[in-house]
Design a protein around this ligand. Structure first.
Ligand SMILES: [Zn+2]
Length: 295
């Protein structure tokens, strides 16, 4: 036994063995633990796990429902499908009627013209260009919704005689379809641009009625509301179809005087289809309605 050394206890050996086993066991346990399981810090060599977010569909507004074209007001659709007739129960073979017509629209003046016509409680007939209908379909839809009659005036103001029967009628049908697309109305009415038509064109354009005029206001040439008014009031007769233009803004201001003057002279203002009691026959050209006797 060495000097200064405490005597070893008899329990020393077993305890050392026990502690050694426990320490080794703990070390082995720690070594077997998966990497990272004992630390909160991520291993910089391991890329962070990709977080997969459940796919949430992007909420988009559903495509708008196509707006159906407005239907003509109750009572505005006559037999024969020509809108604008029967707005009022009038027999134009018994009472003197005239029909105001406006060509070359729908122009940018159409809204103001419709406002004026509504204020005057007058219904007219529009002969519109296919290209303008395609550009401003809402104006055509409004025209029909407010009780006016519509017809075609070629796609872009083409001369039907110069085009020849086949091309002229294809053009007229294209315009008719544009009007139908914009307003829901399938109108057989056609006003040949420049009043240019012949029997061959009329015969080729099956299912259509050519609507000419017997009063020419010359509004496109004068742009003078007073002169336009004089033409209408001096030249109209019972059954007259009066030619004006959607593109002449001076007509809008002249309308109150024109309407008042016609009414003073005993005329009822109607649309072109209303001039006849029965639906207009197709395959014919008309210049005026019935010439009722004027008191
Ligand atoms: Zn024209």
């Amino acid at each position: 036994m060495e000097e200064g050394q405490p005597p070893r206890a008899k329990w020393h050996g077993p305890v050392v063995l026990f502690v050694s086993i426990v320490v080794c066991g703990l070390l082995a346990f720690a070594w077997l633990l998966p990497s990272g399981a004992t630390t909160a810090d991520p291993d910089p060599t391991v890329p962070p796990p990709v977080v997969v977010t459940p796919a949430v569909p992007v909420q988009k507004d559903p495509p708008p429902e196509p707006t159906p074209p407005p239907l003509p007001p109750e009572g505005h659709m006559p037999s024969g499908g020509v809108p604008g007739a029967n707005v009022v129960g009038v027999d134009c073979s018994a009472v003197p009627c005239v029909a105001l017509t406006f060509d070359d629209g729908p122009s940018t003046y159409r809204s103001a013209l419709l406002d004026q016509l509504k204020a005057l409680n007058v219904h007219v007939t529009f002969f519109d260009l296919g290209q303008s209908v395609a550009a401003r379909p809402e104006l055509l839809a409004r025209s029909v919704a407010e009780g006016h009659a519509v017809g075609g005036h070629s796609w872009r103001h083409g001369d039907m005689v110069k085009a020849g029967p086949q091309a002229a009628c294809e053009d007229a049908n294209r315009t008719r379809n544009a009007i139908k697309d914009a307003s829901g109305v399938d109108s057989p009415l056609v006003r040949p641009p420049y009043g240019a038509w012949d029997d061959a064109v009329l015969a080729a354009c099956t299912g259509m009625t050519f609507v000419l005029w017997d009063v020419d206001t010359m509004d496109w040439a004068t742009h003078d509301g007073a002169k336009v008014t004089d033409h209408v009031l001096n030249d109209s007769r019972p059954g007259s179809i009066i030619l004006m233009h959607d593109t002449v803004s001076e007509d809008i201001a002249a309308l109150p005087g024109i309407v008042a003057g016609l009414k003073e002279r005993g005329y009822t203002l109607v649309t072109v289809p209303q001039l006849w009691a029965a639906p207009l026959e197709t395959g014919r050209a008309v210049f005026n309605g019935p010439r009722a006797t004027k008191n």
